[in-house]
Design a protein around this ligand. Structure first.
Ligand code: ATP
Length: 220
């Protein structure tokens, strides 16, 4: 399903940045907040803005919330308001409802009321930064499953000038380099003779353990 129109409930730091980025990407965004000042700040940025309490069903009905493809509930501190707004958006028939949770319990309640996706921004960012701090070469990663990850690793000086055949992460650790991002373009499915240089980024796929072993081998 292609999502085109978004309604964001709560224009705090998370909701406002989400809205700004969706606008940059070319989507339509209706921003809702009960705080007039927050709405004022974004009135010239978002497609539409409304000062309203999103826990009132009539209010959500009157702003046509049900016509949106996706609703994002970006309320944190007021957990009751977050849950009520989520239920109302689901009941009104918004196809995809995404909500931000500030704790595990908040997330569990959102799950029970049928939210389609839960985001834990602080928790997830904390985890991400911890990984990056302990692994200087790790730029970013996606967990494909509990066991498998795709990681972006910067090429350290010790690998610069070496071919994939020389480095041989598949033979040594079992993980594979599936792409090399170079300043002048990306090589997808690189071959054995392709050469790594400092400033390149390797995209590596494998189990967490295989990638950790490869990382350790290039950090020392
Ligand atoms: P952030 O970290 O994104 O800044 P937060 O997690 O601290 O936000 P809050 O500040 O509690 O979350 O809420 C975000 C926004 O949601 C605030 O601007 C607040 O005015 C708005 N908000 C809270 N309750 C409601 C409600 N019932 N209806 C509309 N807006 C609401």
């Amino acid at each position: 399903m292609k999502l085109n129109q978004f309604v964001i409930i709560g224009l705090g730091r998370f909701g406002s940045n989400l809205g700004r980025e969706l606008i940059k990407l070319g989507y339509e965004v209706l921003g809702v907040d009960r705080d007039e000042e927050k709405v004022q700040e974004l009135s010239n940025v978002l497609t539409h803005t409304v000062v309203a309490d999103a826990t009132e069903e009539e209010v959500l009905r009157s702003i046509g919330a049900r016509n949106f493809d996706c609703g994002v509930v970006a309320i944190g501190d007021d957990i009751q308001a977050s849950i009520l707004a989520t239920i109302l958006l689901k009941d009104l028939g918004v196809k995809k409802v995404v909500a931000k949770a500030v704790s595990d319990l908040h997330g569990r309640v959102l799950e029970r009321v049928g939210v389609d996706r839960i985001i834990y921004p602080e928790r997830d960012m904390g985890i991400r930064v911890a990984h990056q701090l302990v692994s200087p070469n790790l730029l970013d990663f996606i967990e494909l499953s509990k066991q498998y990850t795709i990681a972006e690793l910067s090429v350290p000086q010790c690998l610069s000038g070496k071919s994939l055949d020389d480095v041989n992460p598949r033979g040594r650790f079992g993980c594979s380099i599936v792409a090399i991002n170079k300043p002048d373009g990306i090589i997808i499915a690189p071959v054995a003779k392709d050469v790594l240089l400092v400033n390149d980024v390797m995209v590596v796929i494998g189990t967490n353990q295989q990638i950790e072993q490869f990382q350790e081998s290039i950090e020392h």
